[in-house]
Write a protein that binds this ligand. Sequence first.
Ligand SMILES: Nc1ncnc2c1ncn2[C@@H]1O[C@H](COP(=O)(O)OP(=O)(O)O)[C@@H](O)[C@H]1O
Ligand SMILES: [Mg+2]
Length: 248
Amino acid sequence: MSYFRVENLRKTFGGIVAVNNVSFEVKKGSLVGIIGPNGCGKTTLVNLITGFLKPNSGRIYFKDKDITGMRASKIANKGIGRTFQMVKPFYRLPAFKNIIIPLFSPKVKELGEHYGDKESVALNILEDIGFERDSSVPFKPASVLPHGYLKRLEIARIIALQSELLIFDELYSGLSLAEVASISPIIERFVEDGKTVIMIEHRLKELFRIADKVIVMDQGEIIAEGSPRVIMKNEKVKKAYLGVELKR
Ligand SMILES: Nc1ncnc2c1ncn2[C@@H]1O[C@H](COP(=O)(O)OP(=O)(O)O)[C@@H](O)[C@H]1O
Ligand SMILES: [Mg+2]
């Protein structure tokens, strides 16, 4: 029995092996961080898990069901939500309308847990993640929102979808320290609420503070896995990646 696990995942692009022999497990209700230098295969791994790419080989299990190769929409409906490293809202739509769209997903219909009309549900979700309700911000087109709000909009989208396993791909990239500090409690709240989180992250200090387990990738492979405390001391990890990052 396991909540989520991948086994021997492999993905190549032509001659490039982006993900190689990757296996790990995520316990329900835990927060797992995945770190590693640029180009080491983190986003590819997220794309494999969420059905945006199909692996060459290996399996993905969610609540002991094999979800390998399923369509992205089907995986989303099963409860795995992800945010994108490159945010891609519907730029011309007001922020709150971006959140109304996921409220029409089959999973939300089936669960029926959002009460009230869709507009007020969307506004409630946005308020929850830091859009000031009585301001004009939720009504502005996404195209004029600052980067920090677009990241929050990404989070709001997977809240609306009622995802239970949340995967954040470099959520904090491009954000100021203050913005990171204000989004971090939202992530912690997900875990307190019983959700499970996988964070791909370069902001190690912030990640290590909240992660239960950290997985380190290098050149498509997992080179270390353990508690933040153990990972920080791992010599291989220090060499490959950490030294510089943690001093900042
Ligand atoms: N769609 C693609 N086509 C070809 N190569 C890709 C594609 N996506 C990723 N890659 C390559 O796979 C490797 C891993 O990329 P990526 O998963 O984006 O790494 P990370 O997210 O860790 O920075 C890189 O060498 C990248 O250039
Ligand atoms: Mg990436």
